[in-house]
Each structure stands twice: as structure tokens, then as C-alpha cells.
Design a protein. Structure first.
Length: 294
């Protein structure tokens, strides 16, 4: 399998506070471009800025990075109306749009939106139907998209059903988490789990694996030169894990610049993972790492 080039992305979640103003976001997007990021991605959460108009604003102040959603709660979207929004965003970003989709997982947001919370199977089925319908509409040029036959579609998630659907219909898959199962969680156990995820995707795809771009959603990047590892954020997500188990998780990169760069290269060589998206708070540190392997 010919290895793809790395692509590195940064994700922003921008609220309506003064710090989350559009000028602040545009400044950060320009900084990301200067740092060499390939992708600038916006979250889709209630209470945050709507991603499509915000991406259009970022297109006005950047020239090179791709611009995308990471990721839409697809359960909130009607496919026909979403096709119109995607078409408009693709045109306004001058063909730089990458459409990130997820099945939706936060029940609290469904309750806030006064919308029933479907089962996991129903959410995955809706995601699959949405991708099929988007591709059909774009192929028929109704609505028109700048990128033909459609903007690249990314799916992020971790469940078997979701990854199987993504393997069949998406262009890009980002592993949002890698379930390990048994304790203790070690580096060896995690890498076995990654291998099993990739094999599940390969078997489910029904097409050559090289047609898919595979990646990993990163949670934290800690450089040892910047001080001691801060467990506060990862412990909020997985409070029951020990320090060593947290450090073994694939979405937590830590060590020297060279150590982390070697980890990324190993992930590409062993598991074909080339697409990495990091939270905005680690944008500068992560750029220092990937500059070593460009």
C-alpha cells in the first residue's frame, strides 16, 4: 500500500464571547496557516458559532489550508438542506471545503434542541443515508459544488457500525477513540487495538484500503521541554485510568519533539494513519513536532 503524505489539522470550537469573536478566529486561522497546518476545522456544537458561515469568513483570510467541519452532528441535519449548505460553503471557500460528519453522541444536546435521541443504530443509519443522498445530489449537480464529484467527506467516530459505514461511504476516517477493552491499558494493548480497528475498516470497506485516508483525532500533545505532563484534561474524559494508562492512549502524544515525531511515523508505517487533528490549545506545540517530518 503506497503511503499517503501526512496531513495535519487544528480544530476550533468558537463561542459567542468576545474572545470567540470572528476577528479572533480569523487571526487564529492565519496563525495556523503560518504554522503549516493543512486543515482548519470547526466544531459543530450548540452554543458555538455555526460552522458553515464561519468557514466562509476563514476562507477570506487564508489561502492554502483546507477548511472543514469536525464534525457535524448529522442527526440534526436533513440531507437535502445539508446539501444546500455544503454546496454554498464549498463555493464560498473556493473549493477548499472538507465535510466532517459524525453520528451524534451527546444526549444533552438533543434534549437542549428538544429533539428525540435516536438509538446508536438509528444515528449511524441516518449518517449513512445522508452521505449517500449528498453524493447523489452532487452528482446530479443539484445543488452545484465546486469540487467534483463532491467535497471530501470525513467521518469521525469509534463504534463498529459507524466505522463500517464510513469504510463503505466516506473518503476519510478519523478514529475518535480506540477502545482497548481490558485493563491495564498499555502501549502494546493500545497498538493491538489500533490494528484491530484498521482491520475492521479494511474488511468492511469492500474496496481497496488505499482509497481511504485514515487518521486519528488527538486529545492532547505534551512536550517534555514545556514542563510536567498535566493530567487535568485527559482525566476529565477518563477519570478511572492511572497516569501510565492515560499516557498509553493513542490520542495523547507526549515526550520530546523527536519522540512524538517517531510515534507519528510509526502510526503511518504500521497502521496507515496520516490524518491528525489536534485541539487548538496545542496548535503551536504540535506544529513544532510535525515540522520535523515534513
Amino acid at each position: 500500500m503506497n503511503e499517503r503524505l501526512f496531513r495535519f489539522g487544528v480544530q476550533f470550537g468558537v463561542g459567542s464571547s468576545n474572545r470567540g469573536s470572528m476577528s479572533w478566529l480569523q487571526d487564529r486561522a492565519q496563525q495556523a496557516e503560518d504554522l503549516g497546518y493543512d486543515l482548519i476545522m470547526l466544531q459543530d456544537r450548540l452554543g458555538l458559532l455555526s460552522p458553515f458561515p464561519a468557514l466562509a469568513a476563514l476562507a477570506a483570510v487564508t489561502t492554502r489550508p483546507r477548511l472543514g467541519t469536525f464534525v457535524l452532528n448529522t442527526a440534526f441535519y436533513n440531507p437535502a438542506r445539508l446539501a444546500r449548505d455544503v454546496s454554498t460553503a464549498d463555493l464560498l471557500t473556493d473549493g477548499r471545503l472538507e465535510l466532517g460528519l459524525g453520528a451524534g453522541w451527546a444526549q444533552k444536546e438533543f434534549e437542549e434542541a428538544r429533539q428525540s435521541f435516536p438509538t446508536a443504530g438509528q444515528r449511524v443509519a441516518h449518517l449513512q443515508r445522508t452521505i449517500i443522498e449528498l453524493r447523489r445530489r452532487f452528482t446530479e449537480e443539484h445543488p452545484l459544488v465546486r469540487q467534483q464529484p463532491s467535497p471530501p467527506i470525513l467521518v469521525a467516530g469509534k463504534g463498529d457500525r459507524l466505522l463500517a459505514a464510513a469504510a463503505k461511504h466516506a473518503d476519510i476516517i478519523s478514529l475518535a477513540d480506540v477502545p482497548v477493552g481490558r485493563r491495564p491499558i498499555t502501549v502494546e494493548a493500545v497498538e493491538r487495538a489500533i490494528s484491530e480497528r484498521i482491520e475492521h475498516i479494511r474488511v468492511s470497506a469492500g474496496r481497496p484500503l488505499q482509497e481511504l485516508e485514515l487518521g486519528l483525532t488527538l486529545g492532547s500533545v505534551y512536550l517534555e521541554s514545556k514542563g510536567e505532563f498535566d493530567f487535568t484534561l485527559p482525566r476529565k474524559v477518563t477519570p478511572d485510568l492511572s497516569d501510565n494508562e492515560l499516557l498509553a492512549l493513542p490520542g495523547i502524544l507526549h515526550g520530546s519533539h523527536g519522540d512524538i515525531a517517531e510515534t507519528l511515523q510509526r502510526y503511518r508505517e504500521k497502521y496507515h494513519l496520516t490524518h491528525f487533528v489536534v485541539p487548538a490549545r496545542y496548535m503551536t506545540d504540535f506544529a513544532e513536532v510535525f515540522s520535523l517530518i515534513r
